[in-house]
Design a protein around this ligand. Structure first.
Ligand code: AQP
Length: 327
């Protein structure tokens, strides 16, 4: 049986990058045969030092987001990362077989430094915690966006180093990108990777005036509609492609390329984008409201998930401790 595992940081509300790159495939896969573990990565979120109340709220919001978008908690194990402290023990064991050079090569860490974020040690070593998360559940497949593929490959390396030293303890995981290639790296409102920490994101359930405001922030140029343009360089079209049917998307591209009197202006595209986003998430938005109204049920789901996840991670932790001589 194939075991799937992935997680999302509750470092803010989830955005279209998290949705198309990760959440959507998590939800789709969770209805297929196999074992499914999905966690709310609250230990990871601490690397950005959130306020405690904010963190508590975002953990619940992330859980609600998963459920509102269709994750079935009867079939998939949904849990809070910190409910399974065994992963921090595994993190130490893996740290002791991981070279500094491996971590120093992490693109995500280097990108964050380049953006001027002040790193703490947690941010630097977070690929080790992520490896522990993956290896604790003997995951075969880790569905992620493009930015996380390198971290899954690091987990492969760490598992290999540990197994070489101490015998076959860890299972080798494989990353899985979204089937639609354009979903592997969703751009933000400025064209860079959409990211909570870059402030260029839109919350998946944004609606009404705040949604209009967000869509209006998508970077455009000052060329008039009549000018013929290459659709490839138009960020608004990248957004439209995510939400409209392929035939409609081709039509927008054709009209933009043709230019002239019938060509759409950026205002037209923005109006259509708002409309189609509202429609896409309307059912999940309604479901979110229902879930928020029943906090006890949410607690029950997370507790049940934690129990199952912890049993699995404890068995792996015990195996690893015995193998390296600590038991
Ligand atoms: N822009 C994106 N395009 C495609 N996939 C994305 N993911 C994130 N951004 C994009 C995928 O979402 C999953 C969960 O990501 P995360 O919240 O654990 O951390 P992240 O990758 O660091 O997301 P952010 O928004 O960029 O968070 P911050 O700014 O807090 O670091 C992953 O599978 C990721 O690939």
């Amino acid at each position: 049986m194939v075991t799937y595992l992935s997680g999302i940081q509750p470092s803010g509300r989830q955005h279209y990058g998290n949705y198309f790159g990760a959440l959507r495939q998590h939800v789709e896969l969770s209805h297929q045969e196999g074992e499914h573990f999905y966690f709310i990565a609250d230990y990871h979120a601490l690397t950005s030092s959130p306020q405690p109340d904010e963190l508590r709220e975002w953990v619940r919001e992330t859980a609600v987001t998963y459920l509102a978008l269709g994750l079935d908690p009867e079939h998939a194990v949904l849990f809070r990362h910190s409910a399974v402290p065994e992963v921090t023990e595994l993190t130490w064991l893996l740290s002791c077989v991981t070279g500094m050079g491996l971590l120093e090569r992490a693109h995500s860490y280097k990108d964050k430094l380049q953006k001027g974020l002040k790193p703490n040690v947690g941010l630097f070593v977070y690929p080790i915690l992520m490896a522990a998360d993956i290896l604790a559940y003997d995951a075969d497949v880790v569905p992620v966006g493009k930015d996380q593929v390198q971290h899954v490959e690091m987990a492969q390396d760490m598992a290999g180093h540990f197994n070489n030293l101490y015998g076959e303890v860890f299972h080798r995981p494989e990353p899985r990108l979204p089937e639609n290639e354009s979903h592997a790296r969703i751009p933000g409102l400025d064209g860079e990777k959409m990211s909570k920490s870059y402030g260029n994101h839109v919350w998946v359930f944004e609606s009404g005036k705040p949604l209009v405001k967000a869509v209006n922030r998508i970077v455009t140029d000052s060329r008039p509609p009549e000018d013929s343009k290459d659709p490839d360089g138009i960020l608004l079209l990248d957004f439209l492609r995510l939400f409209v049917p392929p035939a409609e998307f081709d039509d927008w591209c054709e009209r933009v390329r043709a230019g002239g009197e019938g060509a759409p202006g950026y205002g037209h595209m923005k109006k259509r984008l708002v409309e189609v986003i509202e429609d896409t998430f309307a059912p999940a938005r309604a479901r979110r409201e229902e879930l928020l109204a029943d906090p006890a049920e949410l607690d029950r789901i997370l507790e049940r998930g934690a129990e199952k996840a912890r049993a699995r991670a404890t068995a792996t932790r015990d195996r690893a401790l015995s193998a390296c001589g600590l038991r």
